[in-house]
Design a protein around this ligand. Structure first.
Ligand code: ZN
Ligand code: ZN
Length: 380
């Protein structure tokens, strides 16, 4: 028993090192782990709320099985790729693009190129953006098809199971958020609810459906916006904890004050990626433990743009497509087809197709040793 505890501690501590939860949180989390009746096992369920700034990306693992819900915006694809590789993920049973907004599916093309996957799920709604086309193109290039799940359907992920809770309707006009694919994940006695960016109308439809929406952990809809997370809905879900995935000082003012006040009043613990970085939750089917302590700031965002405006998000989406953005953290960009490597700022980089493009932090010498040739234009 003692050894088991130590092993769990080691796992949790190594997770802490990889995640943004450090300092005081680390101490508290250690204490928690020792107190808890949690049973450590490779067969536990893990939910990783990956910090992708303003956007969503959630990795769920159970035993050998894994699934990814969203992959952040266009600039985060490689970061999500790196996170999955660090977790030794080779294959994803499911990849879900909740809805075609860039802060959810922007990084998905990279993931779909770089990993093996069984099923890709997206709602039956398209968007006339390059981001959306990029995702569809990878799926077509691989001769695969999108699965459009229906509310009420159940899928298994190893010993876990998930039920599609939304969209409940085929038509929500041009509000892309309301088409979000949502699911309730069940592992033993623990439940997790994810509803993408589903707003009030979609929440009302979920409530009207009579489906079981109760959950121990709810990922706040639409990054904690008050266009979602209505009082009725939160009370029905009745979560112990809520995770908010949003960017530091994002212009949408997420999470909104009304939502934070409601959660505080309900006595719900709040975890947030803007303050805590990547957040990881472990479930043994009975108990849930976290890799950091709950946020106690209760801080609401300050909006500088409307979070309902479709035009704003489209404009931002096109800006995000500017070359160079995606490669912020890489030393070099490789073209696996030509065998050349480039500086991230090289004008040739944007011409490299996603399929042949890779990022590396290896040194110039290492690249040459590996048989790569420096680009003559940018002289890396
Ligand atoms: Zn979003
Ligand atoms: Zn959205």
């Amino acid at each position: 028993m003692k050894d088991k505890g130590k092993r769990l501690l080691a796992v949790v501590l190594s997770m802490l090192l990889l995640s943004g939860c450090i300092g005081q949180n680390q101490q508290q989390s250690t204490e928690r782990t020792e107190d808890s009746a949690f049973t450590e096992s490779k067969e536990n369920l893990e939910v990783h709320f990956i910090d992708v700034g303003q956007g969503d990306a959630t990795l769920i693992r159970q035993g050998e099985h894994a699934m990814l819900i969203d992959a952040g915006d266009n600039s985060k694809g490689t970061a999500v790729q790196a996170y999955l590789q660090m977790q030794n993920i080779e294959k994803l049973d499911y990849v879900i693009g909740t809805h075609p907004d860039s802060d959810h599916i922007g990084g998905l093309d990279v993931i779909l190129y770089k990993f093996e996957w069984d099923t890709v799920m997206m709602p039956d709604v398209d968007k006339d953006t390059r981001t959306y086309e990029d995702v569809i193109k990878v799926i077509q290039d691989k001769n695969r098809q999108v699965t459009v799940p229906k509310a009420g359907e159940t899928y298994s992920l190893g010993m876990a199971e998930f039920t599609i809770v939304c969209p409940q309707k085929n038509d929500y006009g041009d509000n892309s958020n309301n088409y979000s694919i949502g699911l309730r994940l069940e592992f033993g006695e623990n439940h997790f609810l994810f509803t993408g960016d589903a707003e009030e109308e979609a929440e009302q439809d979920m409530l009207a459906s009579g489906m079981d929406l109760s959950a121990d952990v709810f990922k706040a809809a639409h990054h904690g916006s008050d266009t979602a997370n209505t009082e009725d809905f939160l009370e029905t879900v009745d979560p112990d904890a809520v995770v908010i995935s949003c960017g530091v000082e994002n212009s949408y003012g997420h999470p909104r004050a009304a939502v934070m006040n409601q959660l505080r009043q309900m006595g719900v613990e709040v975890y947030r990626t803007d303050e805590q970085g990547t957040i990881v939750v472990y479930s043994d089917g009975e108990n849930i433990i976290w890799n950091c302590s709950a946020s106690e700031s209760w801080k609401a965002g300050e909006p500088t743009v409307s979070d309902a405006g479709q035009e704003t998000s489209q404009l931002q989406e096109e800006l995000q497509k500017e070359p160079g953005q995606e490669v912020d953290n890489a030393a070099y960009v490789l073209n696996t087809n030509t065998g050349k490597f480039h500086k991230p700022s090289c004008s040739s980089v944007e011409q490299i197709s996603e399929k042949n493009r890779e990022y590396t932090n290896k040194s110039r010498e290492e690249m040459i040793e590996a048989g790569y040739e420096p680009c003559k234009r940018c002289n890396p």
